[in-house]
Ligand binder design. Sequence first.
Ligand code: DAH
Length: 339
Amino acid sequence: MLQKIENLHAAIAAFKAQSKEEVEQFRLTFLSKKGELNNLFSEFKNVANEQKKEIGAKINVLKNAAQAKFDELQATFASTETQNLDIDVSLPGNPLQLGSRHPLSIIKQQIIDIFARIGFTVSEGQEMEDDWHVFSALNFPDEHPARDMQDTFFIEKNPDILLRTHTSSVQVRVMEKTQPPIRAVFPGRVFRNEAISARAHCIFHQVEGLYIDKNVSFADLKQTLLFFAKEMFGADTQIRLRPSYFPFTEPSAEMDISCSLCGGTGCNVCKHSGWVEILGCGMVDPQVLENCGIDSKVYTGFAFGMGVERITMLKYGIKDIRLFFENDLRFIRQFSAAQ
Ligand code: DAH
């Protein structure tokens, strides 16, 4: 039996294969069910007990050698097969397509970052709201047109529940659960039942700001917004506040910036006025503070709200708001470099 093992070792070592078929022949001869190794294992049963240890070990060595040889032969043919394929491994690969950030996300983040630099934190409310947080707490009278079915998406089964029409609702939520000082911005998506056009969409985004503390004045509002305008649109940017009306602020104003495209000399974007409106703002109405459980004799504050689409369109010179929602990669990819 020892002799047989020797012979098989020699045969395995000497085996040469020219093709895959011959490799298979090797497997059949040595490693298959009816192959030489299995024959040896059958004969092993008849080996005398005192020799079993020695011969058993030798058969195992032989088996490992046969398996190793088989693996080696197989590997040779596997690799010659790929080598024969017509592949130029020096060609560059197909790069993975990386995503890019949506222009609205880029600008929203820039707005948040600018206010973060002067101590504003960030909170997000909820898109589905109730009448109290969107309208009543903010002093909207019952007959106010914003409450109208034409402007607001109501939930059919319960008209007290609606999709928020502005992020001012987050002011109410934050003031209800936090006592001043409060200094935060609230980015989010808002919904209005409006016809879609190049300038308006039924879904858009706003960033709301709120600062409540002792002795907060209109001068603080003005300086904060001037800082924002210069950071966002460049150090030469000027601002202009025009008196306006919002139910939840008194006094209220709309803010224009000097046109960032023509620098104030007049162009299509600013309709040749040199100014473009970018946000609404004002001193929080004392009644709103009281509605939210904040003592209006101790605290004052300001609020502002801006449209992210509007700022983005101005920054990048985009003329049609619908482009933001079409998800055409040729459009979206253009902004990744501007992060
Ligand atoms: N919520 C207003 C809107 O959607 C924007 C706004 C105006 C927010 C004045 C404010 C503000 O906080 O003070 O048109």
